[in-house]
Ligand binder design. Structure first.
Ligand SMILES: Nc1nc2c(ncn2[C@@H]2O[C@H](COP(=O)(O)OP(=O)(O)OP(=O)(O)O)[C@@H](O)[C@H]2O)c(=O)[nH]1
Ligand SMILES: [Mg+2]
Length: 877
């Protein structure tokens, strides 16, 4: 037999385990007199004739029933039997939860679910009712809920109505009935029915006082008991009964997924179900929030974004052609992690989860750079391990107070136009955006740094021991799991001989499976050099308890059992403990262990324990010193170094993926993605620079080599579903001369491609290979369509529209206002530029793109907008 199983047999704290609890339940259930479930047509037990109620005996039953149809090893657990009112004169309180039957099969898929009515309103023979007595109107409703099964529920209703003795209707009884209503099934309707015309009538009206319209069709009895006279009715199609005639309890088994949708709506019920499911989840989490947060936390850290650079020109009296003077943006703030010696838990992170460094200020005119963003320091207790949340990669282990690691470096500020000044371009109208600061979710885990860890079963006296050997004041009480969070204490043996001792929460057999407080806190003992194992001398079987806890340690981590340890037999002042001491000692001695006996409460023997532990600690320290070679000062900034290295990734390292179906090319590479992210598309020169970069780093060449076609979509950067991604969509266009251009479209929402195809289709018949204009038209249309779409997009985004390069040229089309022509608008902007550069307002505008704007305008004039919608065009001859 496995040691764990042996342990299970006699371990005194077994009651705290989940399994034990379950066992207790079922024992209790068996004792109960409740008849939990009956779906076969055999008549239910008769209650005493004088009383309608018959006793609501079904209060607290947790009974296990054999499930005939069940798979091997399946069990049906019936719990929460409804409590029926003993006296039907008193209307039942709010609908009670009914019983639920859960079939647990091996792969944990519940199959089933049955609700059972209360047995209390069994069947009442009419003839027993006293004549002429006006009595009882009781209505009782029990709802049996199917656990875990969305939309499924059992539903039972009992109505008892006793009318006037000389009236036609004498008594109404409905008794136990079993219903299963699942998704898509309607609730069973119990219809008023008069069975017998001659007075011995049973009227059964569950909806007494309730309007019901829809319940009168297709109802037929599934059972008629003349004796009892009660006639529960149901739609057979909606209810499955176990076929076998048998007196044993039976279970009707349904599969919750038999029927589809049409969820049964019931607010009360839905609420209950939710809590049940939550309960399950909560169980998974194991411990209350405050305990969970003691040594684990999840935080979000984001370094600041860099500030944007700006485009500005120096304008000053007597300084003609002042030149570009836009300053750079400031750096984003960094995120640091620092060890704070005064902290001893991660509880503060319960309330503050997000740590965002400030963003750098934008650059300003007169070459003023923006200010650096504010740094953020995340303070953690010594012994904290920092991991990434997604991959669980360990990033940092911070042990000593004062240690400080740069975790996330802030983004670089974007350059202003002063930085782009060159001999060939003295008027650069370009500036960069600030670089995005890296962000990530981090898991923090605290492993207490203590020299000695006190472990043992609950209530063994661990906290008492710590309180007498150190100045710590842990809570001590005579019940298990008094200590919920570890306590630390400093034990001074001598002037210079001190050690930190940690008192850990109690351990149960099965802790590694989550019993008791689980193994949550065992990780704290991993950092201890020595363990002190306290055994409760007053326990039934101290040696057994000792073994069980050792086993748990081993199951958690084999390294724990290898640690040197001292066994301490506590509570020697109690007679039962001192009685068992010798046996205990002999058993341990047989294993080569010499236990200490103490009475912690009386401070007897504790000094020996301290000295023994200290001796072991010194040995251990010596061993560690010898085995571990010192490898120089630790680099705590390796995370930020890695990030910085990635930032330096060259642009020509990229990969291209092609999706033939959607004709999409995806270019992925840290360098080029960063370039795209920092490009400010607002400025006209950005496009030029971008095309240049694509050419220079070989993206265009590679695309052409791999067979990119005009109209294909090129995406730079990986799409991750969110619009905030620094990616970029583009449409590949090809000029007449075979050069390739990529039209920029920020975000992934629209591409000019679809508009292009629309325009092409509209043009269709008209284009002929002989017509030189029309021949070139589709390509130009692509450009125009892109432009128009750009105009529309820019209206939404408030940015400038960017046209694709046409015949080696490029253009930046400003947004058109209603009634404005393209030429008009261009002239206007040219004038503004002239003014900017101190030229005469009407000087020949130096708009590079001007030379082909005319041509464009000509093509544009072939389209007439319909209803002002930028998407719909008519082609004019
Ligand atoms: N008679 C006697 N009682 C003791 C002794 N040591 C501890 N106790 C009692 O045992 C009970 C449990 O003591 P704690 O120190 O809280 O035990 P613990 O191991 O920390 O328990 P948990 O924190 O629940 O795991 C308390 O009522 C103590 O007073 C002892 O030496 N003799
Ligand atoms: Mg304690």
């Amino acid at each position: 037999m496995a040691p764990a199983a042996v342990a299970a047999a006699a371990f005194p704290f077994r009651l705290f385990s989940a399994e034990a609890r379950r066992n207790t339940r079922s024992v209790r259930g068996k004792r109960s007199s409740a008849r939990p479930l009956k779906s076969s047509p055999s008549p239910p037990p008769r209650p005493p004739s004088s009383s309608v109620g018959g006793g609501g005996a079904a209060a607290t039953t947790f009974t296990r029933l054999p499930l005939r149809d069940a798979l091997e090893s399946a069990e049906v657990t019936l719990d929460r039997f409804p409590t029926a009112p003993a006296n039907p004169e008193v209307p039942a309180p709010a609908p009670t939860r009914g019983s639920s039957v859960q079939r647990l099969d091996e792969d944990d898929e519940e199959e089933f679910e049955v609700g059972v009515g209360a047995t209390s309103f069994a069947q009442i023979p009419l003839r027993d009712s006293p004549d002429g007595v006006e009595l009882t109107i009781g209505q009782f409703e029990a709802r049996a809920a199917g656990r875990k099964s969305p939309g499924g529920r059992g539903f039972a209703r009992q109505t008892v109505e006793h009318l006037d003795g000389d009236g036609d209707e004498e008594l109404v009884v409905n008794s136990r009935d079993v219903f299963e209503v699942k998704r898509g099934r309607k609730a069973l309707a119990l219809v008023p029915e008069v069975l017998d015309d001659d007075g011995d009538v049973v009227v059964f009206d569950p909806d007494y006082g309730v309007d019901s319209d829809d319940e009168e069709e297709d109802m037929f009895p599934i059972k008629q008991s003349q004796k009892a006279g009660a006639t529960p009715r149901t739609e057979l199609g909606e209810l499955e009964y176990d076929d076998e005639e048998d007196d044993d309890d039976e279970v009707v088994v349904f599969h919750p997924d038999y029927d589809d949708e049409e969820a049964f709506e019931d607010d009360d019920y839905a609420g209950e179900e939710e809590t049940e499911e939550e309960g399950e989840e909560a169980k998974g989490k194991g411990v209350p929030a405050v305990m969970r947060c003691f040594d684990t936390a999840k935080i979000f850290a984001k370094a600041g974004d860099g500030g944007n650079g700006v485009v500005a020109f120096r304008r000053e009296k007597y300084v003609p052609y002042g030149g570009p003077s836009g300053g750079d943006g400031g750096r984003g703030g960094d995120v640091y992690v620092q060890v704070d010696g005064e902290m001893n838990s991660l509880l503060p992170f319960r309330k503050s989860v997000h740590f965002r460094a400030g963003r750098g200020a934008h650059g300003m005119g007169q070459q003023q750079a923006g200010a650096k963003g504010e740094d953020v320091v995340v303070k953690v207790p010594p012994g904290t391990v920092v991991r990434t949340s997604d991959g669980g990669v360990e990033l940092l282990e911070l042990m000593k107070p004062g240690q400080r690691a740069l975790l996330l470096p802030g983004g670089r500020g974007g350059r202003g136009n002063a930085a782009f000044k060159s001999g060939t371009n003295k008027v650069p109208r370009i500036a960069e955006k600030g670089e995005k600061g890296p962000e990530m979710w981090l898991d923090l885990e605290l492993k207490l740094v203590a020299d000695v860890g006190i472990v043992g079963a609950p209530n063994a006296g661990k906290s008492t021991l710590l309180s007498v050997i150190s100045a710590a004041k842990p809570t001590i009480a005579n019940y298990p799991f008094t200590t919920l969070l570890p306590n630390l204490g400093v034990v001074s043996l001598d002037f210079d001989a001190t050690m930190v001792v940690a008192d850990l929460p109690g351990l149960l057999e099965g802790a590694h499976r989550g019993y008791g407080l689980g193994y949550e806190f065992l990780r704290h003992s991993e950092r201890c050099s020595v363990l002190v194992h306290v055994v409760d001398g007053s326990a039934q079987q101290p040696d057994y308890e000792f073994e069980a806890v050792r086993l748990e340690l081993e199951l958690f981590s084999p390294s724990l059992v290898d640690k040197p340890y001292v066994v301490v037999y506590n509570k020697m002042d109690l007679p039962e403990a001192s009685e068992r001491w010798n046996t205990f000692r002999e058993k341990l001695q047989a294993q080569g262990i010499e236990p200490y006996c103490i009475s912690a409460i009386n401070r007897q023997g504790t000094q020996d324990v301290i000295h023994a532990a200290y001796k072991l600690l010194q040995k251990e320290r010596q061993r560690i010193r010898e085995t571990e070679d010192w490898s120089g000062p630790e680099n705590l900034n390796h995370v930020s170094d890695a990030i910085k290295k990635e930032r330096r990734a060259p642009m020509n390292e990229f990969e291209i993926f092609h999706d033939k179906g959607t004709k999409t090319w995806t270019v992925v590479g840290a360098g080029i993605e960063r370039f795209v992210q920092m490009t400010n598309w607002q400025y006209s020169d950005s496009l030029k620079r971008f095309q240049h970069a694509l050419e220079a780093c070989g993206v265009n060449r590679t695309l052409i080599r791999r067979g990119v076609k005009e109209g294909d979509t090129v995406i730079i950067g990986e799409e991750d579903g969110s619009d905030r991604r620094a990616g970029l969509g583009a449409v590949c266009t090809q000029s007449r001369h075979g050069t390739i251009g990529i039209q920029i479209r920020q975000g992934f929402k629209v591409f000019a491609g679809d508009l292009f195809s629309k325009a092409k289709a509209a043009l269709g018949a008209r284009s002929s290979a002989k017509d030189p204009i029309n021949d070139a038209l589709p390509r130009r249309l692509a450009a125009i369509a892109g432009t128009l779409r750009g105009v529309r997009d820019s209206e939404a985004a408030g940015t400038l529209a960017i046209s694709p390069p046409v015949a080696g040229g490029r253009a930046c089309l400003p947004r058109l206002r209603p009634g404005e022509t393209l030429r008009h608008r261009c002239l206007q902007s040219a004038r503004a530029q002239n003014q900017n550069h101190g030229r005469s307002r009407n000087a020949q505008p130096r708009v590079e793109t001007n030379y082909f704007l005319e041509e464009k305008r000509h093509i544009l004039s072939r389209f007439v907008k319909i209803n002002g919608s930028p998407e719909r065009y008519l082609v004019r001859k």
